[in-house]
Write a protein that binds this ligand. Structure first.
Ligand code: MN
Ligand code: MN
Length: 460
């Protein structure tokens, strides 16, 4: 049952391919820190590659056929992409579903205030974070401001070398005796995560001069009024690029690898495959980190609407054909899993945990406390997957997230399982997941892409 270390398996050619793929992935990560940026980057990539916008095809009353590549976006925050296969969709699709939102701090609608000469932006964290990890590190502001006149201002502060960054402060250790007795869950409360935004007063301004100066700068740079925060979506994320990690450069450290490591692998697999037998689908959902609800989350009807639209463009839509197609589909719920960490050995069960460098991780079950809320992939499906992965020489491991009773997690798998399709969770192992900077093994990043490609091309 021992799984092989991928690095021992690679020859020169594969190492070169791995290297090129990791570089492209890291580059993608640098351009795609938020779900909006991710959608932008991907639309540019796939448009260049000949993918056509479904909305435009509908408008122009066009048809699609085997070999065509189409995509749709929704609210600039989520996407679905198709490579039309030789068979009708009624016979089933191979679907890779991942998410492109990541834990972060969102700026509140009424965020700006001044306290004793410091201007702050008030935040509300998004997704499951250990709050103490987000203080005293350089942070960047990414997002959009929608103005009443209908124009959009795109904001990105803190990523260029010359840009200023923002930060959350912590108390110096010298006078932290009381603070240090607190447990980690209360060390920083949500309301303590306000971002320091400025410190310079506007000359001759008596009331809140630092805030006034910040507002003047926002006006100068972005033509933005304080009220425009009401219709803004500004996300505070760790500043800085993705980096190679370890003196052997074997790992990647980057913000938001959950789940963009799987999203990018899915996209790459889709873009590089030949016309498949079954239609290939890649879903890049939003809102996974807060429960998959909302118009752009996996529970939104957007995704199934687009399947119906594509069937219609193929001239084969009916409610029954759609339902048959969904039930006959195979899904890889493409989301990251936890990597074994020797520093926290107690949290894992060594026989059933994923290890860095041992390939794509399959989770038969997710869920928490007695598998509650889990999708449970059936043994028949797993048997077929094992055969396919072995045939394509993909390195993989079968694991659970952590020790039983310690908690757990869910992904989008249960939502798509409602259509009665074959579903399994699988993704890249991540060390310190949900931390500002997460770590993956380049070997696993590469195997994830190889596995997804094998799935799209070969799953029957
Ligand atoms: Mn995830
Ligand atoms: Mn997550």
């Amino acid at each position: 049952m021992e799984r092989k270390n991928c690095w021992n398996e690679y020859g020169k050619k594969q190492l070169k391919e791995l290297d090129e793929y990791s570089k492209a992935y890291m580059d993608f990560m640098n351009q795609s820190k938020t779900e909006r940026e991710c959608v932008d980057t991907i639309v540019n990539m796939v448009e260049d590659d000949g993918f056509q916008d479904i909305a435009k095809l509908i408008r122009d009353k066009k048809k699609v056929k085997a070999g065509d590549k189409v995509y749709a976006t929704w609210m600039n925050k989520c996407m679905i992409l198709f490579r039309i296969g030789q068979e009708s969709i009624e016979k089933g699709m191979n679907i890779l579903a991942s998410h492109i939102d990541s834990p972060r701090l969102d700026v509140k609608p009424n965020p700006l205030y001044e306290d004793n000469g410091i201007a702050y932006l008030d935040t509300h964290y998004y997704g499951g974070i250990k709050k103490y990890q987000w203080v005293t590190i350089p942070l960047a502001i990414h997002g959009v401001v929608m103005k009443k006149d209908g124009t959009t201002v795109e904001i990105c502060i803190g990523e260029d070398e010359d840009d200023p960054v923002v930060f959350i402060s912590d108390l110096l250790p010298h006078i932290a005796q009381e603070q240090m007795t607190k447990t980690a869950d209360v060390l920083f409360k949500g309301e303590a995560l306000d971002v320091v935004f400025g410190n310079m007063p506007l000359k001759d301004e008596e009331k809140e001069p630092v805030k006034a100066n910040v507002l003047k700068l926002l006006k100068d740079y972005y033509e933005m009024e304080e009220e425009d925060f009401l219709s803004a979506e500004l996300e505070i994320v760790p500043a800085g690029k993705s980096r190679e990690a370890g003196i052997d450069r074997s790992m990647i450290m980057a913000y938001g690898q959950d789940d963009k490591v799987c999203a990018y692998a899915a996209l790459h697999a889709l873009m590089t495959e030949e016309t498949p037998k079954r239609t290939s689908v890649v879903i890049l959902a939003d809102k996974e980190e807060i429960g998959s609800e909302g118009a752009t989350g996996m529970t939104s009807k957007f995704y199934e609407n687009m399947v119906c639209e594509v069937m219609n463009l193929m001239g084969e839509y009916s409610e029954l054909a759609f339902r048959r197609g969904m039930a006959a589909s195979n899904l890889f719920s493409a989301d990251v899993s936890s990597a074994y960490d020797p520093m926290f050995a107690d949290a894992f069960e060594k026989k059933n945990v994923a290890y860095l460098g041992k390939g794509l991780v399959f989770n038969k079950v997710t869920g928490a406390r007695g598998k509650s809320g889990a999708n449970d992939a059936n043994a028949e499906y797993i048997g077929k997957i094992r055969a396919l992965m072995d045939e394509q020489k993909v390195n993989y491991q079968m694991a659970e997230m952590g020790r039983v009773d310690l908690g757990g997690s869910g992904t989008v798998s249960y939502i798509l399982a409602e259509y009665a399709m074959n579903v399994i969770d699988c993704g890249t192992a991540v060390m310190n997941m949900h931390a500002p900077f997460e770590v993956t093994s380049k070997a696993d990043v590469y195997e994830t892409m190889r596995a997804y490609k094998a799935f799209l091309e070969g799953m029957e």
